[in-house]
Design a protein. Sequence first.
Length: 209
Amino acid sequence: MIPFSKEDEHVAKLAISLSLACGFNSKMAGLIGDAAALHDCGKVKVPEYIINKPGRLSLDEMEIMKTHTIWGAYILSELREELRMIAVNIVAFHHEKWDGSGYWGYRGGVIPYYCQIVSICDMYVALTANRPYKEPWPPSEAMEYIKSNAGKTFCPKLVRTFLGCYQLQFAQVFNLSQRDPLTEKSQSFIMESVEVKQLKIQDERMSIP
Ligand SMILES: [Fe+2]
C-alpha cells in the first residue's frame, strides 16, 4: 500500500488551509500538510483484512489497528529534521481526542495543535469518502457531525475555525498560501524515505512493538 492516496492528499490540502486559518505561517502550514499526507503510513504494517474489514473491528483487531500510529512514527523517524518532529507527532497522535477517549488517552492541549488539525481534516475526508462499509456522506452532514463533536473529539475553537474554512470552501484559504502542498521534490523525498525505512523493517523481520 502506497501512502499517497487521493484521500491522503485531500487531508493534506485541508490541513494546510486549516493551519493557515489557525495562524501558522505558510512554511509551517506546508510542513504540516506534507506530514499530514503521511498520517496513516503505518497501516502498511496492519493486515489488509483489518484495513478493509466491512464491519466493526473486534477488540483484538482494534489493538492491531492502533499500532499503525506506532509503526508510522517508526517509519518516519528518519525524515529530514524539520519535518521529522511534526510528522512523527502527527502519525503518533492523530487518533487522540480532545476529551481523552482516543487511542492512547492523551487529551486537550497536551495533543499538539497541528495533530488536532490533521485529526479533524482526516475525519472530514473519511466521512465524505466511499469506504467498503459505508456510502460517502454529503459535506454538509459531515460538518454537522464534526460540529456535534466539538468538546468531545475536537477542540471547540478548532471546530469553529474548521467551519470557517468550510464556508470559504477551503480552496480560497489554500490559494492564499500560493503553495503546492506536495511539491514533486518533497513528495519524492518523503516516498524515498518511507520506502527505504519499510525495506529495513522487512529485512530486520521486526515484530509489532
Ligand atoms: Fe489513522
